[in-house]
Design a binder for this molecule. Structure first.
Ligand code: TPP
Ligand code: MG
Length: 894
């Protein structure tokens, strides 16, 4: 609410205003809120018809959404809950302070949890239901920087030892420690969702909530009232991902979704909106997106003051302050609050006249008042038809006093001096003496204490402890998969198909499989036609929570756009991030819901790693299973699209994700081998890995699998076609991948026919696999110098009896082949697609990047010359014969 909205017209009569307000009150009292709403709506319509241009506002006043009169009874013992919360606060603080005493600068955060403690404790004591055999459980995304508080509670619950807390951020200590933030990879029995990269968890939570509905509508899990809670910071909403998907949540009526935004008005450096009001800004964004918005701004102490304020002056005043001013009020004295906040109007001052300065300073904010927070959560829990966002006003560093409460430096505060610790201890009544306090010990009352009994009984009533991650599925059997994939081992019988088409063929077959058919989740961001998947629209159906309310324009065609409530395809629209949200939800359902869904997310490869790598990293951390398919990958298969679409880097970026297996296959049977083995490893063996497979749209005849090369395909390379020259004088080994493999085959023919050079062609399906294998062998040998049997990298083994010069070409950066050259028996010449590229056709692009057959031939001749095997004039002539321009611009820099 901006100040202008409150500028009073000069002829306004206060009595008249009063009369209007009173009549509304009486309607409310006599007929209830529905009638009051209807009257206001009619008034608004009447005003519009009468020519009054009402200013648009998506905001409500700066007040609690749940009014006092609708506030529910608080069902818990507030005093005991306060004591428990204080203990959680203390141990969370102790954990960070102790860690930083032992290891300077190890980090950790105190102030985030300090501001959010009530928000979590009300959840833990009254709302968050654990996953167990009888109920799927609520899903909670904890704010990453609040991790110390979550650990601290688990310590009180007896789930984490003092030693683990002692080793916060020191996981390598004997006995283990606790990871800095929520990381399922590091604490797979505890954390479910990595949330510390800001903006990811709000988006993931939205798609998680939608995926829950998808599973229900497809009959893969029972319908429940389980909720998805996402806790985020107000600063975090700056991230485009945080708000980027909120319209999906309302469009899909996700009333199973609750966001709690911890509005402490601060981020890392300072105020989130010093010159504005983040709460009102978020309210209008969420209301505009048709969410149910519940503001929890003021604590119970404000109620009697607000009740006396029959003129609405206080709420008006509350709406006037910018956040920078609010923050100042937090750090100032009661006298300052009286003067600066109430002092603008004598009538406001009168409202608080009987109160002492100390009482004024202690007026709590809504997010620190369990009654108000409970009321908001209950309203959210019961709300139907829309997702809810709770905007809870809190103080960053609450309780830290001089050590940081509300100060701009509070986010970084990790050390408290003895005085500050004692003040904190006294404020929260922690039973420690001054001397004990200086040591910052962890403190846990005995098991039979009222606090521990209460805490345990509440969690028992809510089904168990949280957070907890478990694997809740039985492994798949994967029987009959040979039949499923055999067809693709046999080649296309001369028919020209692209690897994308081959993949879609496999997908079609998998969708019909009795075991895995229902579990497949095809995900596509408005690119199904690009990848030739439209035939699946009708057969598998596009998921829509409301079915199809219209007759599609193409209903008379075979492949019409069929939307259905039990549709299987997630056609996400143009959002790679959102699609990744679905991929993550589907790929982790084996743990979240106990359902082995197998996501296949296909997208333009350039908009994958390059655009949403952080989500891929989160998926890896979460032990997500499934297949990412980078369509029309590489730099030279996609004609005409130019440098924004040409992907020369995704296989390089894929190197950085440790549990991701990345493949650049050239033929249908290679893809079949990889997918079949991937399903087995992930869903039968339960490995925490996932797959990245690049696909192309260049059609060619798919060969049959040349013998049993499955092992080589999976390990990263195999000899696809040996030279047929008998007793050759000159030898070469050519390594091709994906789309460029066929260039290597053509080069093999040219070398053989024109130069009598015998070249073998290898398909390198995964440089990443070869690289990881090489470094593992090297590392093992380094650590076991005395071992009789040295480990030999797979590349080295394969090339043991492969004579001649070595030339590699791929549609990716040259660094890919280069990184394994160290384990090759001889020097390697690498060709690749470094550079910006051009909008062009395939042939020109391969010429431009120097990865075509001619360039491979030239590189081979050059290598042979270097080895003294052929004369220079052979190369000179070849350059002419092949039509290569030696003075063409360098693609790397042009
Ligand atoms: C993507 C990303 N960018 C930056 C950071 C670094 N960072 C950690 S906490 C923080 C401020 C958080 O402020 P807010 O979301 O308001 O949370 P609060 O601690 O105030 O509850 C920042 C910038 C991050 N974790 N993730
Ligand atoms: Mg904040």
């Amino acid at each position: 609410m901006n100040k202008e909205a409150y500028t009073k017209p000069h002829n306004m009569d206060e009595f008249e205003v009063q009369e209007w307000l009173e009549s509304l009150d009486s309607v409310l009292e006599s007929s209830g809120p529905e009638v009051a709403t209807e009257i206001l709506e009619r008034l608004r319509a009447h005003a519009t018809v009468s020519g009054i241009d009402l200013p648009f506002t998506a905001n409500t006043p700066y007040a609690n959404t749940v009014p006092l009169r609708l506030e529910p009874e608080f069902p818990g013992d507030q005093e005991v809950e306060r004591r428990i919360k204080s203990l959680v606060r203390w141990n969370a603080l102790a954990m960070v302070v102790r860690a930083n005493r032992v290891e300077h600068n190890i980090g950790g955060h105190i102030s985030t949890f300090a501001s959010a403690a009530t928000l979590y404790e009300v959840g833990f004591n009254h709302f968050f239901r654990a996953r167990n055999d009888s109920f799927e459980g609520d899903t909670v995304y904890f704010q990453g920087h609040a991790a110390p508080g979550i650990y601290s509670r688990a310590f009180l619950e007896g789930r984490l030892s003092a030693q683990k807390l002692e080793n916060f951020r020191r996981e390598l200590k004997p006995g283990g420690g606790l990871s800095s933030y929520p990381h399922p990879w590091l604490m797979p029995d505890f954390w479910e969702f990595p949330t510390v990269s800001m903006g990811l968890s709000p988006l993931m939570a939205i798609y998680q909530a939608r995926f829950a509905r998808y599973l229900e509508n497809r009959g893969l899990k029972p319908k429940t009232d389980a909720k998805i809670w996402a806790f985020l910071g107000d600063g975090e909403t700056d991230e485009p991902e945080s708000l980027g998907a909120i319209t999906l949540a309302s469009r899909e009526n996700l009333d199973n979704l609750i966001f709690v935004v911890n509005c402490n008005l601060q981020r890392l450096d300072g105020p989130v909106r010093g010159n504005g009001q983040i709460i009102q800004e978020l309210e209008s964004a969420f209301r505009g997106a048709r969410w149910n918005v519940v503001k929890v701004l003021w604590g119970s102490e404000w109620d009697p003051i607000l009740e006396q304020d029959s003129e609405g002056l206080l709420v008006k005043r509350m709406g006037e302050l910018v956040d920078g001013e609010y923050q100042k009020l937090v750090v100032e004295s009661g006298a300052y609050v009286r003067q600066q906040f109430f002092g603008t109007d004598p009538r406001l001052l009168r409202l608080v006249e009987p109160m002492s300065d100390e009482a004024l300073r202690r007026l709590r904010l809504g997010g620190h008042d369990p009654r108000k927070v409970y009321a908001a959560y209950k309203a959210a829990f019961e709300h139907k038809g829309q997702p809810t966002v709770i905007l809870a006003r809190t103080i960053k560093g609450y309780g830290l006093g001089e050590a940081g409460e509300g100060k701009n430096v509070t986010h970084q505060q990790k050390k408290l001096n003895e005085d500050e610790l004692r003040i904190f201890r006294s404020r929260f009544d922690i039973p420690l003496t001054d001397e004990q306090c200086a040591e910052v010990p962890f403190y846990r009352p005995s098991d039979d204490s009222v606090e521990m009994q209460y805490l345990k009984s509440r969690r028992e009533a809510l089904g168990g402890y949280m957070p907890a991650r478990s694997v809740r599925t039985k492994p798949l059997e994967c029987t009959g998969h040979d039949d499923l994939f055999n067809e693709f081992f046999e080649g296309s019988d001369g028919r020209e198909v692209s690897t994308t088409m081959a993949y879609v063929g496999m997908l079609r077959k998998m969708l019909k499989d009795p075991e895995i058919g229902k579990l497949i989740v095809p995900i596509v961001p408005d690119e199904a036609r690009t990848f030739g998947m439209e035939s699946l629209f009708r057969t598998a159906g596009i998921y829509s929570s409301v079915g199809q309310k219209y007759q599609p324009v193409d209903v008379n065609t075979l492949m019409y756009y069929k939307e259905a409530q039990d549709g299987q395809i997630l056609e996400e629209g143009i959002t790679e991030a959102g699609s990744m949200g679905s991929f993550i939800a589907a790929g982790s359902a084996y743990s979240t819901y106990g359902v082995n869904t197998i996501p296949f997310f296909i997208y333009y490869s350039m908009f994958g790693f390059q655009r949403i790598a952080d989500f891929i990293w989160a998926a890896a951390d979460m032990r997500v299973r499934g297949f990412l398919l980078g369509g029309t990958a590489g730099c030279t298969t996609l004609s005409g699209e130019g440098l924004q679409h040409q992907d020369g880097n995704s296989h390089v970026l894929a190197l950085s994700v440790p549990n991701l297996r990345a493949y650049d296959p050239a033929f249908a049977y290679e893809i079949a081998v990889i997918i079949q083995d991937g399903i087995r490893r992930m869903y039968k063996e339960g490995e925490s890995i996932f797959y990245y497979i690049t696909l192309m749209n260049e059609p060619y005849a798919m060969p049959a699998m040349p013998g049993d090369v499955k092992d080589g395909i999976l390990k990263g390379m195999y000899r696809f076609r040996a030279s047929d020259i008998k007793k050759p004088k000159l030898r070469a080994q050519l390594f091709g991948s994906g789309s460029i493999l066929r260039e290597a085959l053509q080069a093999q023919d040219i070398l053989s026919e024109k130069y009598g050079i015998a070249a073998d062609v290898w398909s390198v399906t995964s440089y990443k696999a070869l690289y990881n294998d090489g470094i593992e062998a090297e590392r093992w040998n380094r650590l076991h110098p005395g071992a009789k049997q040295k480990r030999v990298p797979y590349v080295t083994q394969q090339l043991e009896n492969a004579p001649g010069v070595l030339v590699a070409a791929s549609d990716y950066l040259k660094t890919l082949p280069n990184m394994i050259s160290q384990w090759m028996p001889r020097r390697l010449a690498s060709l690749g697609t470094d550079g910006f590229g051009r909008s062009e056709g395939r042939k020109s692009l391969r010429d431009f990047f120097e990865v075509d057959a001619r360039s491979i031939v030239l590189a081979t001749l050059h290598e042979l010359h270097q080895d003294g095997k052929i004369e220079r004039n052979v190369i000179d002539k070849a350059i002419k014969d092949l039509g290569i321009n030696p003075d063409k611009p360098n693609p790397v820099i042009s």
